[in-house]
Design a protein around this ligand. Sequence first.
Ligand code: XUL
Ligand code: CO
Length: 439
Amino acid sequence: MSEFFPQIPVIPYKGDCACDPLSFHYYNPDEIILGKPMKDHLRFAMAWWHTLCAEGSDMFGPGTADKSFGVCKNDFMAHAKAKADAGFELMQKLGIGYFCFHDADIVDEADTLAETNRRLDEITDYIKEKMDKTGIKCLWGTCNLFSHKRFMGGAGTSPSADIFAYAAAKVKKAIELTVKLGGTGYVFWGGREGYETLLNTDMGLELSNMARLMRMAIDYARSIGFAGDFYIEPKPKEPSKHQYDTDVATACNFLRAYGLIDDVKMNIESNHATLAAHTFQHELRTASVNGVFGSIDANQGDLLLGWDTDQFPSDVFDATYCMLEVLKAGGFTNGGLNFDAKTRRMSYTLEDLAHGFITGMDTFALGLRKAAKIIEDGRLDAFVDERYASWKSGIGADIMDGKAGLKELEAYSLKKEPDLPMSGKQELLEGMINRIMFG
Ligand code: XUL
Ligand code: CO
């Protein structure tokens, strides 16, 4: 079989001082960091959609990249197979161990559900064979419930019961495919599960229906042996405004309200966090403290633009703070770092795609190294411990143990005016982080 990326070799780790752009400077898969190989900390995944389908079209113009992979796209099955061939070649050359997919990414949808499902069976047979040969695994699968015009008013939250039924049928198939490919996760991203105007919207019904669809999906998946994790991928807007899964806290509230909190975790995307006016780190920490940290869509947005630019990550601070949260959460179990990222419209060659991944992987590898340094240094943790030290003894411990209520606290405070809390020392800490990272 001819190569799709002849100009890209298997990418080696050459270390920090190498100037070869087709090498990793920081990602050394088997190097042990904090007791674990880097590859197991990072669990990199390729997103089928951006890598093998997206050609760079935007609101003002068509694509600039060619993802036909040498096959006429009308020959949909040959094209689907060529995409799979190209994807596996790229993953092998980059040393990426996982992929993520929507049903609609792996083969074009047909006019009927039955024919779409037949195509999906055929292409997943083909993909499975390649997985068996290469050892590459599926991180998670999902269902595209947003591109087709039937989903203009949502899928699980559609005003039409027939559309809800169709969405449910597609979710059933996508779960079966995820199980067939051994995926350890299933994602719900509700791009059109939101509304444009309350003038035409029954919000209560829509929310309860969204929960109904998730409950059906979870129960069905468990009944066919799916042992992986379910994830909500929060996003506040685009394509809908008022998306019901606006951010992690909103999604947690939804899960608790509908009795789903023990069944679903979060897949947190950096660019979605910033669209919700949060930092990536905030969303990760909110998931951790709610016990729903699951997986990550690793990309970055452009803070000067108000939409989801899905760029390959290159911001080392962001990656470091992300990996700090991942390490503190105990690392990934079923999740990983999925590059939900695409090259810029002007970076239209297949070689650019490889550079996107190399930069993204090296950025997170560097982030992991720096996060480990911050933990090993210990001063940041020690500072936070000291800041909250008053909770470990005396009145703080009594509050924690439930021994002191309002009466006891009034009596205590009548005897003792409090000192100011200790200085937050933000500037000192920021300088300290710089010195740990670059000193
Ligand atoms: C959209 C997005 C999706 C999900 C999967 O912003 O991130 O690609 O990751 O549906
Ligand atoms: Co995503």
